[in-house]
Ligand binder design. Structure first.
Ligand SMILES: [Fe+2]
Length: 395
């Protein structure tokens, strides 16, 4: 599962590779980190100076594995049909989880005890939903309304953490505990005023210290509840610790940080970056992963992060892409072997007007040998599109 850094000639760099950096790290040829996916040949010129000869790329099964034959690949139409079938049940589970999040956040704000017994079946259902159709579960994380960050964040971090935990081979008891820790990771923020939580702009030093206190506040809130394991408490208390020891509150590092907290840290940052907040625009999933890649090994457990990239793909299910022919599509399913070539459902023309939909596997050529590529990943909010409304095109 681990990935390696491999040095190759610049002329051998191809779209689909992840460029770690270039240069030898010597005084005359210092190493420059890039941390970008090469999507087109133009990107090679954009990211790498002309005089560069050697380039370091990230090798991993996810980036280099080849599909042996087309028969092993599900068609885009099958992926669309499976997704349409799985979405209604996944949506019910997602809505139940959101209702629960609204309720427990309210309870914490009002000083009431959280009802853990209600959380367990919800986490069990999310685990089942992942096993049934992973893409449907991820799609709902992206088809979100932008005015509900507080609730959707708990639910999305719960979902992403369970996906990562499952890929790491956690057993069902561990997954349930991981789900509880992820669901309640920011419960301590219920003890912080809304004015501070939603303050636009930079926080003062003392405001930042108060904000950082939410890890300890979370531990206090949950310590009073019977039936929660030590692992859940560690997952919550340590979710802002960083792999290099520069996090808070204890400044512990590496494997000293509980594995639940190392998982939640990645999922927490990814959801925050890909969401609109009062004080910032959302970043596209591809940009978020590129940015987070630079923090691999400093902020995040490198092995866990590599697996997270493999699960989410550069273009995750439910995200929107614009194709080279300018049409817009929603991603149905990632192609593990070709992270830049997902299966998509094309829905709109270049003016965002609905057209007769077409399901396309970007990893396959059309009958005339034409290859359709992703041009860019637009962010729907900046185009005035409510992603939640888009889900009706998928069922
Ligand atoms: Fe937090």
């Amino acid at each position: 599962m681990t990935s390696e850094i491999r040095s190759i000639k610049k002329r051998d760099v191809k779209p689909g590779m992840f460029v770690h950096g270039y240069g030898c790290g010597t005084f005359h040829d210092p190493f420059v980190a890039v941390g970008r996916f090469v999507e087109t040949y133009d990107d090679i010129a954009k990211y790498l100076p002309e005089e560069t000869e050697q380039v370091e790329i990230l090798t991993d099964k996810i980036f280099e594995k080849k599909i042996k034959n087309d028969h092993s690949v599900r068609s885009a139409a099958t992926a669309a049909a499976d997704l349409a079938e799985a979405l209604p049940a996944a949506r019910r589970i997602h809505e139940d989880a959101l209702d629960y999040a609204r309720k427990f956040i309210d309870d914490v704000r009002n000083g009431k005890e959280i009802n853990i017994a209600e959380a367990e079946p919800i986490i069990g259902q999310v685990i089942e939903s992942i096993s049934t159709n992973e893409s449907a579960a991820i799609t709902l994380a992206f088809l979100k309304s932008y005015d509900e960050y507080t609730f959707t964040h708990c639910i999305n971090v719960n979902l992403y953490s369970l996906l990562l935990g499952k890929a790491l081979g956690l057993d069902s008891d561990e997954l349930k505990d991981l789900g509880l820790a992820a669901m309640f990771h920011d419960v301590g923020k219920g003890r912080i005023s809304n004015t501070l939580l939603n303050k636009p702009g930079k926080l003062t030093d003392s405001e930042f210290e108060t904000m950082k206190g939410h890890s300890l506040q979370g531990l206090k809130v949950l310590s009073n509840i019977k039936g929660l394991s030590e692992d859940v408490l560690c997952g919550v208390f340590e979710h802002h610790e960083r792999y290099d020891g520069k996090g808070y509150p204890q400044k512990i590092k590496g494997d000293e940080i509980h594995k639940f907290a190392r998982i939640i840290a990645i999922c927490d940052v990814y959801d925050a970056l890909t969401s609109v907040r009062v004080y910032k625009q959302a970043m596209t999933p591809a940009k978020s992963l590129s940015l987070m890649f630079k923090w691999k090994g400093t902020d995040f457990d490198p092995e866990y992060f590599n697996i997270f990239i493999r699960i989410m793909g550069v273009y995750p299910p439910g995200s929107m892409v614009q194709l080279e022919d300018k049409r817009y599509a929603i991603v149905l399913e990632t192609n593990e072997a070709f992270p830049l070539k997902p299966k998509v459902k094309i829905l709109f023309n270049h003016r965002m007007q609905p057209i007769i939909s077409e399901c396309v596997d970007l990893a396959s050529c059309s009958d005339d040998g034409r290859e359709l590529k992703v041009l860019r990943q637009p962010f729907p909010a900046s185009m005035g599109i409510d992603m939640k409304q888009l889900s009706r095109f998928l069922v």
